[in-house]
Design a protein around this ligand. Structure first.
Ligand code: LLP
Length: 441
């Protein structure tokens, strides 16, 4: 990347002091008040993305539910925002379900996912009357049926199908192909068997089908093809079992910009392709238009998050490169290490200066935790503040305590206000679960 205008999202702007500002808050002041590393979340941007999803699909289809995929980022304050914006919520564990429930998120608007839900998780979903459980395997169908009967309840379910679509994204986040741990294969008899088993299992009420083909997707064709395949399968179920399934959940997956080279489709373009694919296939198979469910995660919160780091030692290795250390890394953002993910950054306290210095940004963990392999920054020195963009999704939610680092705080910014929504972990927090057996005391 050469010297160019920084890529700004949502309410981000460069203020008169030449500093990066988000939600009307100067990031230099945020770092001073709350410390670093710091996750900064742009409230207005998140709300706009929620509204944009709902509006785009409602304009094109009669019945649509947008469920935010909590795995991207789930903290209590965000549950409140998503709830206020009228979205439903996807959870993928007891922990995510608990997080949502204790904010009084309406259980009827929650869906429970997972390729291996424990009995405890299924029971929690049953007892709390969550809106849908998304079945993922034949044995889970049997287990949930038994639990539902024991509890004397009937549970509305979707069944997850692996539609056999291979997407253009990192192999770790491709999930719709046949060779996947998720769902029941369309190409084999597994999906058919799953539908039959669910239909005849007491305590389960099959409302529809689910699929999720992958994440950080830029190609729209895969979404269209998936919509078509799924409706075709639903029409086969109608013909073979005499049941008209009314819901179709197409999962999440829309990509976002991490670098200026990333040009994802807009939400409106996604809505166009899915709605036209659905309409055409429903017409072709004379199938009633299903109630559509979507599960965006990254494309709701990704670009709303920015991580602020304090710059440490800057080491110039003559003839090789310049290394810039920051006070976080692998523990607050494992994505570069896991997926070779690329990011964009600026020096937040010199945001109005041209970026002319090619560097590599590394974290402070005891290994080669490169955050940005090659980036051109404003002239950088120790003590500067670095802002890394598009860290709202799969950063805090995948953070760890590696090297016994304390997980950073998170602030929600908007209209010049900054409020802590996740406290910075303390050293005491780090040892809170440790136990020294009596004999070692
Ligand atoms: N629904 C289901 C069933 C999913 O498995 C996922 C993501 C989503 C929805 C939301 O997908 P999104 O709209 O966020 O792409 N840790 C990886 C991403 C893993 C995605 C897992 N499933 C990363 O950092 O890229």
């Amino acid at each position: 990347m050469g010297s160019q205008e920084p890529m700004l999202f949502g309410t981000q702007r460069i203020n008169a002091a030449g500093h990066l500002e988000i939600g009307g808050c100067d990031t230099v002041a945020l770092a001073q008040e709350f410390g670093t590393p710091l996750y900064v979340l742009d409230e207005e941007h998140i709300r706009q993305r929620c509204r944009c999803y709902r509006q785009a699909f409602r304009d094109r289809l009669p019945e649509v539910e947008v469920a935010y995929a909590g795995k991207a980022l789930l903290v209590s304050a965000l549950c409140r925002i998503v709830e206020q914006e009228g979205l439903a919520l996807d959870v993928a564990s007891a922990g995510e379900l608990y997080t949502a429930l204790q904010t009084n998120f309406p259980p009827a608007r929650i869906k429970l996912h997972g390729n291996f839900k424990s009995d405890q998780e299924l029971l929690m979903a049953l007892r709390e009357s969550v809106g849908r459980v998304v079945l993922d395997s034949l044995t889970e169908i049997q287990r949930l049926s038994a639990l539902a009967q024991a509890e004397g309840r009937e549970v509305p379910v979707l069944m997850r199908v692996a539609p056999g679509i291979k997407t253009q994204t990192h192999t770790f986040i491709q999930t719709g192909q046949l060779d996947s741990k998720f769902g029941l294969g369309l190409a084999t008899s597994a999906a058919r068997e799953g539908v039959r088993l669910t239909l005849e299992s007491p305590g389960l009420k099959l409302r529809g089908l689910h699929c999720h083909i992958g994440s950080q997707l830029f190609g729209l064709d895969a979404f269209q093809k998936t919509a078509e395949l799924m409706v075709e399968f639903m029409s086969q179920i109608r013909d073979e079992c005499g049941v008209v399934l009314e819901e179709l959940d197409l999962g999440g997956g829309l990509g976002i910009s991490y670098t200026p080279e990333d040009t994802p489709p807009t939400i409106a373009e996604l809505a166009d392709i899915i709605s036209s694919g659905l309409r055409a296939t429903c017409e072709q198979f004379d199938y009633p238009l299903p109630r559509l469910i979507l599960e965006p995660g990254r494309s709701i919160v990704g670009t709303a998050g920015t991580t602020l780091y304090r710059v440490g030692p800057v080491k110039e290795i003559p003839g090789v490169r310049t290394y810039v250390a920051v006070d976080g890394g692998l523990s607050d953002n494992p994505r570069p290490a896991l997926y070779d993910a690329e990011y964009t950054a600026i020096i937040a306290n010199k945001a109005d200066q041209p970026s002319t210095q090619p560097v590599r940004v590394a974290g402070k963990h005891c290994e080669t935790d490169t955050l940005l392999a090659e980036v051109t920054l404003q002239p950088v020195e120790e003590g500067d503040l670095m802002a890394v963009f598009s860290t709202g999704a799969y950063n805090y939610s995948m953070a760890s305590n590696y090297n016994r680092f304390c997980r950073p705080a998170m602030v929600l910014v908007g209209e010049g206000r900054a409020e802590v929504i996740v406290e910075r972990e303390s050293l005491e927090d780090l040892v809170a679960q440790d136990v020294i057996p009596e004999r070692l005391r």
